[in-house]
Write a protein that binds this ligand. Structure first.
Ligand code: FPP
Length: 272
């Protein structure tokens, strides 16, 4: 299955291109199941060109298109994009309005591509607080793609990791569950992302070394890849580089590397 999906990527890129060479180096059996992305640097991209900030967001939509389609072709199971945080309401009204308008344009224009690539659209965040027009378009595309079985594309909109934890705690409290029965699984199963695997790889663009309130619970053991590229310039090539970086890591989940395990002396019972 994974190999078939990677073949779909090879069909879309030209032989001997940089992308072809990078994709050939990827081990299809060790692709990250879930990639999360903090799309950052739209404003700086625009400023470098003496353009208004909204021009950066507009250019960023092209990156969203390429990364979504490429992830589907690669055979990635889930892609979560941080598109609007609960803090982003503090931005100038025109910028906020433009972001919702761009989202609607993206959803309308991309629906055929999402369908062709078997992508299912989902959202996380306090969606009920979004402007009606954006909410309606989201609900329409979510319903139309609900039966797709390929990439699960999740847009984080009006999202904050802390708000998600508050919402989860409220939902648990409403069940009147005894505190003794609350464990990590209880909390995980009340998150917006309850049905998603935890991200294996978190990409942040524009060189900033921050988590910005994104998926705080879910990224406990996620590998981080910070790219200096600004989001509007982020393309397939950079996604492939991030995956290769991910595949070079040794994931230990708090344990030890397999070789260290073999070398470890058994601890005598009395010393435990
Ligand atoms: C961060 O850059 C980016 C955002 C807050 C918005 C991301 C939105 C898009 C890429 C376009 C619309 C989204 C979809 C899903 C179609 P910034 O403005 O904080 O950049 P800066 O740090 O350089 O100012």
């Amino acid at each position: 299955m994974v190999r078939i999906r990677m073949r779909s990527l090879f069909e879309a890129i030209s032989r001997e291109s940089v992308e072809w060479i990078l994709a050939s180096s990827i081990d299809p059996a060790r692709l990250p199941r879930h990639i999360a992305v903090i799309m950052d640097g739209n404003g700086r991209w625009a400023r470098q060109r003496f353009m208004p900030r909204v021009a950066g967001h507009k250019a960023g939509v092209a990156s969203v298109r390429e990364i979504v389609e490429s992830s589907a072709r690669l055979g990635i199971e889930a892609l979560t994009l941080y598109a609007f945080s609960t803090e982003n309401w503090k931005r100038p009204a025109l910028e906020v309005q433009t972001l919702w308008r761009l989202l609607r344009i993206y959803l309308r224009s991309e629906l055929p591509t999402l369908q062709d690539n078997n992508v299912r659209l989902e959202t996380i965040g306090r969606i009920e607080e979004l402007p009606a027009a954006a909410r309606e378009e989201l609900e329409r595309v979510k319903a139309l793609t609900a039966n797709n079985t390929g990439l699960r594309l999740t847009l984080a909109l009006n999202y904050s990791g802390r708000a998600e934890l508050v919402d989860a705690v409220r939902a648990i409290a409403a069940t009147r569950l005894s505190p003794d029965l609350i464990d990590e699984h209880t909390l995980q199963s009340h998150l917006y992302t309850a049905s998603l695997p935890e991200p294996d790889l978190l990409i942040r663009t524009s060189g900033e070394m921050r988590l910005s309130n994104f998926l705080l619970w879910q990224i406990a053991y996620t590998e981080l890849h910070v790219s200096s590229v600004l989001w509007p310039d982020f393309r397939l090539k950079h996604l492939l580089e991030a995956i290769l970086d991910f595949q070079s890591r040794e994931r230990r989940f708090g344990g030890v590397a397999p070789l260290d395990e073999k070398l470890a002396e058994p601890v005598p019972v009395a010393a435990r």
